[in-house]
Design a protein around this ligand. Structure first.
Ligand code: 4AD
Ligand code: MG
Length: 444
């Protein structure tokens, strides 16, 4: 849909967004934006104007505006804000297929010398993170944010279109879901509360009320990890389905990822290509995805010169070896119960393993989804809560779900930023959330 405004009654040019300019070839429009870059050749200024939807080259001839303004534009600092009126001209060599023949320029705000300049020593990642509020203006960062926004819509469209009800879990929670070592504790009117690690337990309650539900919101982990895939605050979507078995959970995860890829490539091809992504390789990731058991994965690791002992959880290096063997996301199921959460159902065929699945994204991106069939037996859960030294009273409500009409059920959690990082080919997940929160980083 075009975002162009209607022509004003005064006959002033319509305001158009850069991404829609191709629809206006031959017309005079106004672009409202910022000066991204500038080049001059005496009688001509080539202004790169960005407006958040793209960048257009605005060509200004000496004489088209008054001399004083022409001179000022020769030195106008990067990131000054300005409105440019101009005729939209088709130009095959330009990125968006058009350029602007400038007829008027109005400077809105003259910028101070812009701190982010390519090639300056200061542009280290630390410096950029400290200036995240400005770094977001860079073309790759803006492209990543547009992809993130489209992934969010794809997530909602997928579940909304399949009869799932969106219920959100609370952010303040009385207890752990994914282990007590990664909890952020907050003072809740004199009592201890924790920022949510996962809405799963609440999604389970809602699934018993509504059948198919999903939660989608911010999630917190006080991990003291400094890896390229850990944030302390990230977004997770968690579908939960009554009567679902592990195979249903895996089918759902597969369909879900295929749907996200299709939607995002359809609408964000230019952004993905700007980020260096091969969209056709993404589209080639169709069903079925490879599915292997943890046992098979351990065997594969050892066969590929990467010694690994049965019983441990996979870390990033292990996942990297496994994912490089496939060009599609890989589903690994039935991990040892000892490395997984208390709520997972055991495999009736082998009590040592849980009916769970991790989905590992290709090219070493690794785990983007963790899910399972849930334990549906009251006594089993009571035993697990003891074994994991969890406070039973905080889980009484959860145990009620097994007391009042227990059924098999399952679901998964997908980390939004890890998914965006994989789709965009971003090395570090911190660039996939507008304002990252990490170990020792809470500014800006
Ligand atoms: O594997 P996790 O811990 O699973 C759960 O929380 C389940 N309760 C989900 C469920 O079954 N409803 O986390 C799920 C996903 C991971 O696969 C990963 O994508 C993401 O959440 N994730 C993180 N993303 C960024 N930073 C972190 N510190 C993350 N921890 C998990
Ligand atoms: Mg996990």
């Amino acid at each position: 849909m075009s975002t162009t405004e209607h022509p004003s009654e005064s006959g002033a040019p319509v305001t158009a967004r850069v991404r829609d300019l191709a629809e206006h070839v031959g017309a005079v429009v106004t672009v409202q934006g910022w000066l991204a870059n500038r080049r001059s050749s005496g009688k001509l200024h080539f202004l790169q104007v960005r407006d958040g939807s793209g960048v257009v080259q605005a060509v200004l001839r000496k004489g088209a505006v008054d001399d004083e303004l022409f001179k000022e534009l020769d030195t106008l600092p990067q990131e000054s804000s300005l409105e440019v009126d101009g005729t939209v001209k088709a130009d095959e060599r330009s990125p968006g297929g058009v350029e602007l023949g400038v007829t008027a320029v109005r400077i809105v705000g003259v910028a101070e010398p812009y701190p982010i300049t390519k090639g300056v020593d200061g542009d280290s990642t630390d410096f950029l993170l400290q200036h995240r509020h400005l770094w977001l203006r860079s073309s790759k960062q803006a492209a990543t944010m547009r992809v993130r926004s489209r992934v969010i819509k794809a997530i909602r469209d997928f579940f909304d279109g399949r009869g799932f009800v969106n219920v959100d879990g609370p952010i303040f929670t009385p207890a752990a879901c994914e282990g007590t070592t990664t909890l952020f504790e907050v003072d809740y009117f004199g009592e201890s509360a924790y920022l949510t690690q996962s809405s799963q337990l609440y999604a389970e309650a809602a699934a018993m009320a509504l059948g198919k539900v999903y939660t989608f919101g911010p999630t917190f982990r006080a991990e003291k990890s400094k890896t390229r895939r850990h944030l302390t605050e990230f977004w997770m979507v968690e579908p939960e389905v009554a009567y679902a078995k592990l195979d249903d959970v895996m089918d759902l995860a597969e369909d879900f990822l295929v749907g996200i890829i299709r939607d995002v490539v359809a609408d964000c091809r230019a952004d993905l290509e700007l980020l260096g992504r091969d969209c056709d390789a993404l589209l080639a990731m169709t069903r079925p995805f490879p599915r292997i058991s943890y046992d098979e994965a351990v065997q594969l690791l050892n066969d590929n010169g990467h010694p690994f002992e049965w019983g441990g959880d996979f870390g990033a290096p292990d996942e990297a070896v496994l994912t490089k063997l496939y060009d599609k996301p890989l589903l690994v199921h039935r991990f040892p119960a000892q490395v997984k959460a208390f709520y997972m159902k055991r495999d009736p065929e082998d009590d040592r393993v849980a009916l769970c699945v991790d989905v590992l994204a290709p090219e070493g991106y690794g785990e983007i989804i963790g899910g399972s069939e849930r334990a549906d037996d009251l006594q089993f859960l009571l035993d697990q809560i003891k074994l994991h030294e969890l406070p039973q009273e905080a889980f009484e409500w959860y145990l009620d779900l097994r007391r009042y009409g227990t059924v098999p059920h399952g679901g998964f959690g997908l980390g939004l930023e890890r998914t965006v990082a994989w789709l965009c080919g971003t090395h570090h997940i911190r660039e996939c959330i507008p304002f990252p929160r990490m170990l020792h980083r809470i500014y800006p």
